[in-house]
Design a protein around this ligand. Structure first.
Ligand SMILES: Nc1ncnc2c1ncn2[C@@H]1O[C@H](COP(=O)(O)OP(=O)(O)O)[C@@H](O)[C@H]1O
Ligand SMILES: [Mg+2]
Length: 465
């Protein structure tokens, strides 16, 4: 493993082992601890001298383990390529195995270890945000942070391992069966509950980077939010928004945030609307391989979202009609509301959860009947057809039957037979046109106007950083 040392002025030097926190800082933190959750700004404002130990003991309700780099090297087999799970703007994530002998109070378990890329665009601030937020916020729909490592310039995070990886891979993987309708709704509910929890905290949290690759799935498709690197505390008191440098991912960020830098919990609701639309359509938020008009999912779909007659054009053809028509109508309408240009017209995440739960209860889903589809005349299935099939996924057996779909499905076989052939063709076209789109595209590349939040006088605001 090549770990490089950087001249790094953004690093809080306290993570160097020898430093100790000044008395004033310790007093503030202990006062804070007894009252409420520690904010990112509480720590950042002190600007210096916070040791890894102080951090762990200061976080309300946290039970974080502080790992050494050597320990994490051991459990990931020296950050071996064969343990690779994924990566984003922060760095690579590796699978690791903690055994009974590593720590007396730490049970044997599989974990995911995220290591800061020292040549990348993110750094200590993002690492600290994850420790501060995930260290203190515990919820069934947030990934569990087990601990961290902060040695010299190295920054690592240790999470519970999520067997099915991220939603983006599950939803857009080309060579396996499509995620069934109710599984998609289950995932949407889980992610929505995670966001609702953040928004309803006494000190609300804006997640800021909600997207399919940041939603992780366990073996039963329970969704959990991970990657709190860009999360910020929401507006306090009478403030209507926080002003934040425009960062996030192309295709998911709310338009008012991009144009003004004003960030509210409604910015998260917009991003949720984009992911909901991805779940409904099976299309990526941005897909450069599609025709120009269709590259941006929201722009393409928006005119059709209010027209229930267009349902067939919007819903993922890979579902082959196996979805509740009523449920799909409600889901499309919900996505439309979340994607409203006016943030005030977007629903709260709690309302989103409730609406999705009613959709989950709708079981007018056609039964899958077995239909033998003739291969094209004279064309046998050959090795060429599978030529570029990906390697077997490390999280999931190849060709695994993802969900007991039949259990979800009720009846109504007839009309679907004709439609299936048509939809099969659409599906084939759709999957041919898909291509991988990079995970994180920071708006920082998009020019200075995005960094110039408009007049501070326009309305009350908090300022991040
Ligand atoms: N706890 C985990 N279990 C399984 N895979 C994970 C876990 N955490 C991250 N990953 C994989 O690594 C990818 C990048 O993780 P993420 O936390 O989003 O990193 P970044 O901050 O660099 O964007 C995820 O999309 C997922 O595929
Ligand atoms: Mg990420």
């Amino acid at each position: 493993m090549a770990l490089k040392r950087l001249p790094w002025d953004c690093v809080i030097p306290g993570c160097f082992k020898a430093r100790t926190a000044p008395a004033q800082y310790k007093r503030d933190i202990s006062k804070q601890t007894s009252l409420q959750r520690l904010s990112l700004s509480d720590v950042s404002n002190h600007g210096s001298a916070i040791s890894a130990n102080d951090l762990s003991s200061s976080l309300v309700g946290s039970n974080l383990h502080i790992f050494t780099l050597v320990e994490l090297e051991t459990i990931t087999h020296n950050f071996s390529k064969s343990n690779y799970l994924g990566e984003g703007g922060f760095g690579v994530v590796y699978k690791g195995m903690i055994d009974d002998n590593l720590r007396p109070k730490l049970k044997a378990q599989v974990v995911a270890v995220k290591m800061l890329d020292l040549d990348g665009t993110q750094g200590h601030r993002e690492w600290l945000a994850e420790v501060i937020f995930l260290g203190q916020l515990r919820h069934p729909h947030l990934v569990n942070l087990i601990g961290y490592c902060c040695e010299d310039v190295h920054r690592l995070l240790v999470y519970q391992y999520m067997e099915r990886g991220n939603l983006e891979d599950q939803l857009f993987r080309r060579y396996s069966s499509a995620l069934p309708w109710l599984t998609r709704i289950k995932i949407a509910i889980g992610a929505a509950k995670g966001l609702a929890f953040l928004h309803e905290e006494e000190k609300p949290v804006i997640y800021r980077d909600f997207k399919a690759s940041n939603v992780l799935l366990d073996s039963e498709y329970n969704a959990k939010l991970s990657d709190f690197g860009l999360a910020v505390d929401g507006p306090q008191g009478d403030n209507t928004h926080v002003t934040a440098r425009v960062m996030g991912t192309q295709g998911y960020a709310a338009p008012e945030y991009i144009s003004t830098g004003h960030l509210t919990i409604m910015s998260d609701v917009y991003s949720f609307g984009v992911v909901l639309l991805e779940l409904i359509t099976g299309q990526r938020a941005v897909d450069k391989s599609r025709p120009t008009r269709e590259k941006d999912l929201v722009n393409w779909a928006r005119p059709m979202l209010k027209d229930t007659h267009k349902l067939d054009k919007i819903v993922d053809p890979r579902l082959e009609g196996l979805y509740s028509t009523e449920g799909a109508k409600k889901a499309v309408l919900l996505a439309h509301q979340c994607l409203s240009h006016n943030p005030k017209c977007r629903p709260s995440m709690q309302t989103v959860v409730k609406t999705l739960e009613t959709i989950m209860g709708l079981d007018d889903i056609p039964v899958r009947s077995f239909v033998y589809i003739d291969p094209e005349p004279g064309k046998d299935v050959s090795a060429d057809d599978c030529e570029d099939a990906p390697d077997k996924d490390q999280n999931e057996p190849w060709n695994e039957n993802r969900v007991e779909e039949e259990a979800e499905i009720k009846n109504g076989k007839g009309r679907r037979r004709q439609k299936r052939a048509h939809k099969h063709r659409r599906r084939a076209r759709a999957s041919r046109s898909r291509s991988v789109f990079s995970d994180t595209a920071l708006y920082s590349a998009l020019g200075t106007s995005l960094y110039s939040p408009k007049s501070k006088n326009e309305s009350k605001e908090n300022t991040e950083e």
